[in-house]
Design a protein around this ligand. Structure first.
Ligand SMILES: O=C(O)c1cc(=O)[nH]c(=O)n1[C@@H]1O[C@H](COP(=O)(O)O)[C@@H](O)[C@H]1O
Length: 238
């Protein structure tokens, strides 16, 4: 899953997804199904996208008591998605339970979905974290703490901003995945994101994969936009 550009399909319906992916016919994409789409379409949207040959990140950010997360993950593993996630704030025991559930739900001979944990959302600033979450350390320290906990729990990596990816690589090794949303081209509207970075910065920081949503999905020409994003991410002509 290294060096992927994951398109966040933040749409309200399966019909919107069909309209969006039509111009990509024949291409194998890595897509993300989040709460907005999954709560409307349910598992069928995962099956449909997998049947078309796309890789699927099912981004439901589980955060509950360990037993509930374990049972939910057992069910999600049966959907045959490639990547799922939890909130690291749920704790080490919850993350271990998530993994146990995934292993229990994965069919014999199949690959267990990768599992990553959200450290601090890319829409969170240091000030917000200090004042609202009452976490009295720097954002980097909090991300490193959550990422270390995630690694100890045995998960495959984290969701973080590109600004923390280099630090995590140094401290937790290259094999530990860093999946980074909050990616924008220079001068793009950052919208609700706080810790944003360009695709070039992400690449130079050793980010494993980037997640890009509205910059592609809300573009007037998504296919051309995706190609431009891929070039920027892969460093073509650089
Ligand atoms: O887990 C995520 O995917 C996620 C974590 C995070 O910290 N920040 C974040 O933006 N995301 C998701 O990444 C996508 C970013 O979308 P854009 O801001 O439109 O590029 C959205 O689908 C978010 O739900």
């Amino acid at each position: 899953m290294d060096n992927s550009l994951i398109i966040a399909l933040d749409f309200p319906s399966g019909q919107d997804v069909s309209n969006f992916i039509k111009p990509f016919a024949g291409q194998k994409l890595f897509v993300k199904i989040g709460m907005e789409l999954f709560y409307q379409e349910g598992p069928s949207i995962v099956y449909q996208l997998k049947e078309l040959g796309h890789r699927v990140f099912l981004d439901l950010k589980l955060h509950d008591i360990p037993n509930t997360v374990k049972s939910a993950m057992k069910g999600l593993a049966r959907l045959n998605c490639d990547l799922v996630n939890v909130h690291a704030a749920g704790g080490k025991e919850m993350m271990q339970a998530a993994l146990e559930g995934l292993e229990a739900g994965t069919a014999a001979g199949s690959k267990r979905p990768l599992c990553i944990a959200v450290t601090q959302l890319t829409s969170t600033s240091q000030e917000q974290m200090n004042k609202e979450q009452l976490i009295p350390v720097s954002l980097n320290e909090s991300v490193l703490h959550y990422a270390s906990l995630t690694k100890e729990a045995g998960l495959d990596g984290v969701v973080c901003s590109a600004w923390e990816a280099g630090m995590l690589r140094e401290n937790l090794g290259q094999a530990f995945l860093t999946v980074c949303p909050g990616i924008r081209m220079e001068n793009d509207n950052v919208q609700d994101q706080k810790r944003v970075a360009t695709p070039e910065f992400a690449r130079n920081s050793g980010v494993s994969s980037i997640v890009v949503g509205r910059s592609i999905t809300r573009s007037a020409d998504p296919l051309t936009s995706y190609q431009q994003w891929m070039e920027a991410w892969k460093g073509v002509n650089k």
